[in-house]
Design a protein around this ligand. Structure first.
Ligand code: ADP
Ligand code: ZN
Length: 525
């Protein structure tokens, strides 16, 4: 058996020979080094970050077969076709495979003739006692690992069974990969697959070439004008406009065509041939703009999409991030524009209430609301949502281009952080505000919070302002709000630096509405 260094130099050779790439990206290297060191790993790489290489290369270096669990049949097929084209022995077992094919693939797998075998999650349970115990397995790769968690945006019950892999084959290395996992989802993946937290590889989720812009509560007519304005900047360049409904996508495509734009609607209600035709035409630049429901985009690999517009409010940050991430995959400057709207929110809240996990979906919806309406650099909010500390403003979003008035909020933040620390990071924001304000509702008295040193230190700041500042601190990545039912606040590593006086933090000034109003009335008189 080769040692880790020898394995890695073999890996580099194979990368060149089989894929034609001269080097690994830093995150890929970190993941592969981890695998070679025998560490189970969680890899968080943004879309386009190169997740497949992370397990395909170890699969080729190690003897035996790598089992890849993937939930998307279409992507599975693409990947296998690509590998086979590159002369790599790969196959997939899923519901689309005929019994004859399946028989042949299983035999190959048992004879050790496959380097990679893709399985849909529902197959795993069955194959555990059949195929998997009869094979020589080199590595388990769990793709789209966020599907394992109910905190994620795409929970799949079959994924919840995957912890059995870890139990049945404890000696076989495992790598879990995902492009979207907020802090809560991440913790859940780690615990279900028994991966030590320090084995997480987090590549930055920042996409610096994307400009982030939000317009709040525009009328239909004004939205169209904004879209046409953006299109004038991107003459002959491709873009996607995401809409909430099929009807909405069709109406918008009609309106755009009425304005001389080459636009088509795309949604799950179209015939398969029609959808394929539209995709092909878009890929080949024969259609400029696609007005689509979220059905569009999975597996679309068009590097030069120059803009992504959300015509309606998305239902969570994960989906939003994934969709804007389809712009500018070639690294060239690209624009994103979100139309946030209170009407959409009412409808999305209704959907959320009808869904199985009402509270979680509503909370996710609130995060979108905050993203769209708070006076903090959009990129900071986005990245702190994904658990990344981005400690400066981006200068490439509409807030940064037109910043609100700011003040040094370090002392204010320290007061809040100290209240959170003294309640052992177990309380929700209302309680923290009560402590800061020195309020004595029953819960405060029962828990003896009125005896804390921090009790009442923020009396001079009104409740609404404390609430707003706490939100800002969440968005700046200073504190984290849990998805668990108790919604407790905890302090991030960045927050600890502020608490201990090692860093300063600026906050956006929240105007005192009443004082402002009386000031203007005085000025006017
Ligand atoms: P993801 O699954 O994370 O979205 P992919 O695995 O599809 O990303 O890879 C995204 C793109 O990056 C692909 O076009 C792939 O060929 C390319 N790529 C991956 N790794 C490298 C590398 N080390 N060097 C250059 N290009 C790479
Ligand atoms: Zn910014």
């Amino acid at each position: 058996m080769m040692n880790a260094d020898e394995l890695f130099s073999t890996a580099k050779k194979i990368l060149k020979q089989s894929f034609g790439f001269s080097s690994f990206r830093p995150a890929q290297e970190a993941v592969i080094q981890n695998i070679f060191a025998g560490k189970d790993t969680l890899a968080l790489l943004p879309t386009g970050g190169g997740k497949s290489i992370c397990y395909q290369i170890p699969a080729l270096v190690y003897p035996g077969t790598c089992i890849v669990v993937s939930p998307l049949l279409a992507l599975m097929k693409d990947q296998v076709d690509n590998l086979v084209e590159n002369g790599i022995a790969a196959a997939a077992l899923n519901s689309q495979i005929s019994p004859e094919e399946s028989y042949e693939i299983r035999n190959k797998a048992i004879r050790g003739e496959l380097k990679l075998l893709y399985l849909s999650p529902e197959r795993i349970h069955f194959e555990l006692d059949h195929l998997l115990s009869a094979m020589r397995i080199s590595l388990f790769a769990i793709d789209e690992a966020h599907c394992i968690s109910v905190w994620g945006h795409d929970f799949r019950p079959e994924y919840a069974e995957l912890h059995t892999l870890r139990k049945r084959f404890p000696q076989i290395p495992l790598v879990a990969l995902t492009a979207t996992a907020d802090a809560a989802t991440r913790k859940d993946i780690l615990s279900q697959l028994q991966i030590p937290a320090e084995n997480t590889v987090l590549s930055s989720f920042d996409r610096p070439n994307l400009s982030l812009n939000v317009k709040v509560n525009l009328k239909k007519r004004d939205k169209l004008q904004e879209i046409l304005k953006l299109l004038r900047k991107h003459t002959d360049e491709s873009g996607i406009i995401y809409c909430l409904s099929r009807k909405g996508a069709e109406t918008l495509a009609d309106d755009l065509r009425g304005n001389g734009i080459d636009a088509e609607a795309y949604h799950a209600g179209l015939e398969t041939e029609e959808r394929i035709r539209i995709q092909e035409n878009f890929l080949n630049d024969r259609i400029q703009v696609i007005c689509a429901t979220t059905a569009f985009g999975m597996g679309i690999d068009k590097p030069d999409i120059r803009f992504v517009i959300h015509y309606n409010t998305p239902k969570n940050m994960e989906g939003y991030y994934q969709e804007i991430g389809r712009a500018g995959r070639d690294g060239m400057p690209s624009d994103t524009l979100l139309f946030y709207n209170d009407h959409d929110m009412v409808m999305l809240a209704k959907f959320a209430e009808e869904s199985g996990e009402q509270e979680l979906q509503l909370e996710k919806l609130h995060r979108i609301e905050h993203y769209a309406t708070s006076p903090i650099c959009r990129r900071r909010i986005l990245l702190s949502y994904f658990g990344e500390t981005f400690d400066h403003d981006c200068n490439h979003c509409d807030i940064c281009k037109n910043p609100p008035q700011r003040f040094d909020g370090t002392i204010l933040a320290q007061k809040a952080l100290s209240a959170i620390a003294r309640t052992h990071e177990s309380e929700r924001s209302e309680i923290i505000v009560d402590i800061l304000r020195g309020n004595r509702p029953q819960e405060i008295v029962e828990k003896h919070y009125d005896e804390l040193k921090t009790f009442g230190v923020g009396r001079s700041t009104p409740t609404e302002k404390w609430e707003a500042y706490l939100l800002q601190l969440i968005h700046l990545g200073v504190i984290e709000k849990s998805y668990a039912a108790d919604q407790h606040l905890s302090i991030t590593a960045f927050g600890k630096e502020i608490l201990f006086g090692k860093r300063k933090i600026d906050l956006a000034l929240i105007r005192n509405e009443n004082a402002e109003a009386s000031k203007t009335s005085r000025e006017n008189s």
